[in-house]
Design a protein around this ligand. Sequence first.
Ligand SMILES: [Zn+2]
Length: 474
Amino acid sequence: MSLPGRRLGDDHRSDGNLKASDLGKRDLRARDVRGRDLRPCNLRDNRAVSSALPPSPSVDPTHPADDLGGRFRGPYSPLTPTFAAQRDTADVQTRTLALLEQLIARPSVTPDDAGCLTLIGERLEVLGFRLERMDSGPDDFRVHNLWAVKDGSDPSAPRLVFAGHTDVVPTGELARWTSDPFVPTVRGGQLYGRGAADMKTSLAAMVVAAEDFVAAHPHHAGSIAFLLTSDEEGPARDGTVVCVEQLRQRGERLDFCIVGEPTSVERLGDTVKNGRRGSLSGKLRVMGIQGHVAYPHLARNPVHQAAPALAALAAMTWDAGNDYFPPTTFQISNIQAGTGAGNVIPGEVVVDFNFRFSTESTPQGLRERVQALLEEHGLEYQLDWTLSGEPFLTPVGSLSAALSAAIAEETGVATELSTTGGTSDGRFIARICPQVVEFGPLNASIHKINEYVPLDQIAPLTRIYCRTLEHLLL
Ligand SMILES: [Zn+2]
């Protein structure tokens, strides 16, 4: 998609960043002598073509993403006084870290929740959230899901949802961990433990942010919700997708969603995902006739027949991408043929391939083009497709503006919007929520041995979430 009426350029990038010397100056009022426009948010994709935000967030009033009955009040000035800004950093750190350590100590390998949702639910219930368990799936793979809502004082005001997962991937070989993955351990300025980055720090920060927000603004206008699952890392069949369907059926309103996936690359806040590419896989079986290599006229070599078709697929331009997405890519991951003998023409060749596709292509369109090309090459084939994720995209709007403003206020970092990387539960939530972004701490160690989160990202993350609530729900 493109931005109607506005072409994003990178002419604002250079002065959109605060100087390094600003970092650590938490009192935002100290910055107001600069008289700077807020330009906290850059767009980025694989082609590195983009692009910074125009001087104010590019909000298209006709776009449904911002159809909040005129409630959008951005752009958010970095001078906006917030409660989060005044909160003592050491106190925020202590409370977030304590909850984070409790979560890491629960070995919640997919689909096990190990009591994480009960712990979080208890914290939210005290704040006045209504809890609803939406557990799903068979007994031998029971998935734990929690939907929790705290209404605001104004029913017409927006609802912001914090979404995430309590499950973690398996530890891998325990002997390779420096400390027990389920005993949170501080070493060298980092907190180690399975799930520290993906994504228990975000969960703890979201809960403490909600606590601080409600304490400071007991009569907040907008409502807050949590949508949490214990199966994001696994098959993800009974997790968020099931909850989304239930919420859709009863017409629940979701205006904004922040998924707590770890998106930061080098510094906290440098990257927010505002979409993800889709993923479409194919298993292609090209049939020939097996025979002796010395008698090819009695056989039909499927490798020879498939090779030109595969070369054509690999060379094909599928689309040109757009302002938010790089062009769609086609990649072959496996090819298998042959009996192992050097004198046998194989009877078939099996090819696995995958598309990572932008919003310029559709799964149906890609399927049709592949099939047309295979027909053109006169192949006898079978083709099985698996669609593992539709793409989603949140154009620049009030949520990305509020979040990037909060990041700039808290860290001085100019955020870039990105649609790179794998899939996440954001793809499901986007079905019922017009604005979905992902934001969390450093992702360098996710799924690895010795997963960690930098200690100095914990309190700022809580405060960024809290500031975002303040920007959108007051
Ligand atoms: Zn994750």
